[in-house]
Ligand binder design. Structure first.
Ligand code: MG
Ligand code: FE
Length: 172
């Protein structure tokens, strides 16, 4: 016999996963922004998303607490460690700006998937406030993913042009 799990318990679990994901997002975005020097538009968009990401964490925290839970510290720590590894790995690449923008696009799409599931789970559990909060975040993730996709060609061209110039640093 398998044990029945209430929708709200799965919802709470997924909100905690999302909180850990946003901690990881914050670390990666901050590591990228701190290193970018020659790509001011990308840096500005990342900085805007860092502020959004901090708001997303607060939204999740509110939802988790309203449901009587607390964010999972263990998952948060795992996410931070993973972000640290990814950030350090990225720094050794001669094309880190391009790889960073690509990874950012992938990460935003993971977030889009997570919040799509959360909105549905919140509606299923009858938790309108959580559905609203996660819809608001979902919009921000979609906007960030679209910005990155739309600007990947421009970032690629700028990188290639700097790389072929004799005295310019291209990687960041
Ligand atoms: Mg996010
Ligand atoms: Fe995001």
């Amino acid at each position: 016999m398998t044990k029945a799990i209430e929708p709200v318990d799965n919802l709470l679990d997924w909100l905690r996963d999302a909180h850990a994901m946003e901690q990881q997002a914050e670390r990666m975005l901050k590591a990228q922004s701190e290193r970018l020097e020659h790509y001011p538009k990308l840096k500005a968009r990342i900085d805007k998303h860092i502020v959004e990401t901090e708001g997303q964490q607060r939204r999740l925290q509110e939802c988790i607490e309203r449901l009587g839970g607390s964010p999972s510290t263990l998952k948060d720590i795992a996410g931070k460690l993973m972000a640290f590894g990814q950030a350090v790995g990225g720094m050794t690449m001669s094309d880190e700006v391009v790889k960073g923008a690509m990874s950012g696009y992938v990460f935003e799409n993971v977030e889009i998937a997570a919040y799509t599931v959360l909105v549905e789970a919140a509606n299923y559990a009858g938790d309108e406030l959580t559905a609203k909060a996660c819809s608001a975040t979902l919009k921000e993730e979609i906007a960030m993913a679209e910005w990155l996709k739309d600007h990947l060609p421009e970032i690629t061209r700028a990188f290639l042009a700097r790389a072929e110039a004799p005295d310019l640093e291209a990687k960041r």
